[in-house]
Design a protein around this ligand. Sequence first.
Ligand code: GTR
Length: 436
Amino acid sequence: MMKQMNPAPPRLAALLISLLTTAACAVDEVPTPPAANIWPDPKLIQELERKKSPFHFHESDVPKYDLPDPLKCADAAIVTTREQWESKRRPETLELFRRHVYGRSPAPGKVTFDILETDAKAIDGQATRKRIKITCTPEKQGVDSFSFEVNLLTPNRAATRVPAFILINNRPIASADPTRAQKNDFWPVEQIIARGYATAVFRTGDVDPDAAGDAARANGVRAAFHAGVEGEDAWATLAAWAWGASRVLDYLQTDPAIDAAKVAVIGHSRGGKTALWAAAQDTRFALAISNCSGRGGASLARRRMGETVKVINKAFPYWFCDNFKKYDDKEDDLPVDQHQLISLIAPRAVYVASAEADFWADQRGEFLALANANPVFTLYGQPAIKLDEMPPLETPLIRGTRAYHIRRGVHNLTLYDWQRYMDYADTLWPKPATHQ
Ligand code: GTR
């Protein structure tokens, strides 16, 4: 187990930051973040107290916990090189997440694409929109194939292949409408295209219904692809959606407008959990973006803040594999925690973001999972993130291939978030000279 440094409680941290920054100002005149930017605002805590919120939101409620060491192998050997990580502990870690958390996904079988519609003058002529049907046929003969649709918008002014963001849309079509009849900052396509990126979107429910029960399951990909993936570690809905994101990437690899080595997978909340699991398994994703993903996403389960394992398993019993239910109220028994999920993405890029008032998702737990992935990222020469350097509001922390911000406001995916993600992508993937 890794020694878990206890981050300073928020008010103490605020005081320390203000003392330290005051001292720094006296010497260097370094501008300090206004006190109002320090998270959490005590008023938010008071509001939760007033409402008698039944979940834990005080830092003092976090139990003492030890995180599994991401570099420690099943035979107790400690990984010291990238090669050992990639050949030994990374596969072991993936297997633990498959077996205990998200379940085991099947191979996609034969994957084919049909362009159902092309509009070369989308968004006032700024973009080309394609609607594509993706069909996957299991290897086993006599089994039904499964199809779902994705929409892709690419900038018309691009002179070369462009990077793309795949949005996993867990909300109604109005939140991410490819026709742009309805506009919503959940998917600000106009801005994405204006900044020279392509973007694809698919709806989670088209891959696997976001509902419990056999009737729902019968309408999803898990009905067609069940052979070899049954039992307590069979794939569940989040894994099915992640599998869908990989199929979208299969298509993007064939599209001449896309630079498939520069594809980000992004999701909000349940979509954010999915984005992380997709990128953990599928190393073709160059960047994973977890927006307010919370429990089962970026936040550390062992902190038991906000939504706990038991609560999420009760509310959404079909999101995780059956084995995950064994950890209700037993977070310390989990053989992995979410810093290891983020470690699986190393050295590729991961951006984790939280919202100021989203205590249910455990904002600090999200930051700490990112920071506690240090041992694996540093194996690749990436800089470390200190456990006590959670940044002030709307002050992104960029550390090599990891980034984090906490935005003002509530649980949502907003234009502010997208702007920061694109700013970060700009640094990862500088625009070629030919690109206007
Ligand atoms: C919440 C749930 C979270 C999160 C979110 C969402 O109700 O408790 O785990 O996934 O929904 O997807 O909107």
